[in-house]
Design a protein. Structure first.
Length: 560
């Protein structure tokens, strides 16, 4: 295995400067991505020897060293801390203590202890090693608030000192990306209103998208959060001490004294209605203990300095995450290594090949290109969020983000989904770059997955930076392959499983389409190149929801 890894790494030096997928004519005009280089990177990063690149593991450290040295070999400059290629992210690693999770429901003086994890599950508390909370329950619908969409699920409710019960998911009436953002605020909204806990109820609709049983595969997975300078976990709320996620069958008991049953609420959801909140008339006790460990894990950051005397102090940020989820807890599988070939060895490999294209240009682009390969994405976008809050270049000088996460290279895609492109001036840039490769753009085919908030670009969006995140679409250039079927099959059978490795995927779908990876690279390269060389920095469109929420004076169409 070690010999294979060394061979894969050495192969890259022989590939530098080669031309892969483009014709000789187009190669003269601009550098083109090399499919073999992408293959070599993916072989290394998804190898068994890296044991799934779990955040904080020695194997992830090896992956980070590999990425940093590849960027260094291309001539990119260090842009991390202390003139290095690394930004260490301090983290708290927390585990739920064995047999410590308790959930007792109190109804008319009768106490009923619920079964863990059949009826409910929970994770560790990041700020309190031991929690013991008893409080009344209040139902708050989806637990969402938005002035822009006239939503206030807390209207008329007093949740201070109480445990909020909310539904998983969000209304179908909301646009996909806006819905994904609002969905991510549920915990924050409950905390701001004084709640001491949040219970989320799994719904029949959610069961179709992600079965309750699937979540149980991750019960022993530790939680992580990056730490502030004072050692306190970021984005945590001290007053929220209780938390649980409930199976719908068990959750019905919470509504025993309610004016509306949970069955009727689910019927409202089926009819596209958003249920109103009310006091549940019962209380609950939630208990748990947590064990802590302090670790750190590296972001890798490198820069290609720009050529324009003024614009070189602005940066186009290209991101991808280097971590995956390590070893599997699934006793049904003999293979325990979650290799993460598509998620996200493919994205990092495309980032490295994009870096090579930039390094190969006869003259650097006007703006600088900042390559940020982040850790802890699988633990909650931790490395990206740390960078967004501790950027190694001034945050107001980061003009745009192009993010690479899990391109599914199993078929010759004919279209792409560009998350975020319709909210900023990046929309036209993406359309033109894709058209150069004969690729069309399509709408989000699965808005229920809330993909816009589930990758690293979202942390920079929250800082007001326009971003775009591309995903392979569901159309295939090969009439014998159904791109949507293949993508759905991968997501259902291999996503976050040991079978997301090159041999397993090759066995089921045929050879990995590294040539499609080269096309993906060319598109992302041309997006970043256009941004870097255009005098006007990207901006949020005036009427965009994200302009209203996050826009800054220097990046809004309203002030152009």
């Amino acid at each position: 295995m070690k010999l294979k890894l060394i061979a894969a790494a050495l192969t890259l030096s022989a590939l530098t400067g080669c031309v892969g997928t483009a014709s000789q004519t187009s190669a003269v005009l601009a550098p083109a991505a090399n499919a073999q280089a992408i293959e070599a990177h993916m072989q290394f990063l998804s190898a068994d020897a890296l044991a799934g690149r779990d955040t904080g593991s020695k194997e992830h450290e090896i992956a980070a060293i590999y990425i940093a040295t590849q960027l260094q070999a291309l001539g990119l400059k260090p842009a991390g801390e202390n003139d290095s290629y690394y930004q260490r992210v301090p983290m708290r690693k927390a585990r739920l203590a064995a047999n410590s999770a308790k959930f007792t429901l109190h109804v008319d003086g009768k106490n009923t202890e619920l079964s863990y994890p059949k009826a409910f599950f929970t994770g560790p508390n990041m700020q309190h090693a031991a929690t013991d909370v008893t409080a009344p329950l209040v139902f708050a619908g989806y637990g969402m608030v938005s002035d822009e969409f006239s939503i206030n699920d807390y209207a008329g409710l007093d949740v201070k000192g109480k445990i909020v019960v909310i539904l998983a998911g969000r209304p179908d009436s909301l646009p996909s990306e806006e819905a994904a953002h609002l969905n991510s605020l549920k915990t924050k909204l409950a905390a701001e209103r004084g709640a001491v806990g949040v219970i989320t109820v799994h719904t029949p609709i959610q069961e179709k998208n992600r079965p309750y049983a699937t979540s149980l595969l991750y019960l022993n997975t530790p939680s992580m959060q990056w730490l502030n300078a004072d050692g306190v976990p970021a984005d945590n709320y001290p007053n929220l001490k209780a938390g649980a996620y409930m199976h719908p069958d068990a959750a019905a008991a919470l509504f025993a004294k309610a004016p509306v049953s949970l069955v009727d609420i689910f019927t409202q959801l089926d009819n596209k209605h958003s249920p109103k909140g009310f006091d549940l008339g019962v209380s609950a006790s939630l208990n748990r203990k947590s064990n802590y460990e302090q670790i750190s894990s590296p972001n890798v950051i490198a820069v290609l300095p720009g050529s324009d005397p003024i614009l070189k102090d602005e940066y186009v940020v290209i991101t991808a995450h280097s971590d995956h989820i390590g070893l599997s807890n699934d006793l049904r599988s003999d293979d325990k290594i979650n290799n993460g070939a598509m998620d996200n060895a493919a994205g990092v490999s495309i980032l490295l090949e994009t870096a090579r294209l930039f390094a190969q240009l006869p003259e650097a682009p006007k703006r600088s290109i900042l390559f940020v390969v982040v850790t802890g994405e699988e633990k909650g976008l931790l490395g990206a969020d740390y960078f967004a809050n501790h950027p190694t270049r001034p945050i107001e000088k980061l003009v745009a983000n192009v993010n690479l996460d899990m391109p599914v290279l199993l078929y010759p895609f004919a279209d792409m989904i560009a998350f975020g492109a319709n909210h900023s001036s990046l929309g036209n840039v993406v359309k033109q770059a894709a058209a150069k490769e004969g690729i069309a753009l399509s709408a989000d085919p699965m808005p229920e997955q809330a993909i816009f908030t589930r990758s690293d670009h979202y942390t920079l969006v929250k800082k007001g930076i326009p971003a775009v995140f591309l995903m392979t679409g569901f159309k295939s250039q090969d009439p014998k392959q159904d791109g949507g079927q293949i993508w759905g099959s991968f997501f259902a059978k291999h996503y976050h499983k040991p079978s997301d490795d090159i041999p397993s995927l090759t066995k089921e779908y045929g050879p990995i389409r590294y040539d499609a990876g080269a096309v993906f690279t060319n598109i992302n390269f041309n997006i970043a190149l256009d941004i870097a060389n255009t005098k006007q920095r990207p901006y949020w469109l005036k009427d965009s929801f994200f302009n209203k929420v996050f826009g800054q004076p220097y990046n809004s169409e309203a002030v152009k």
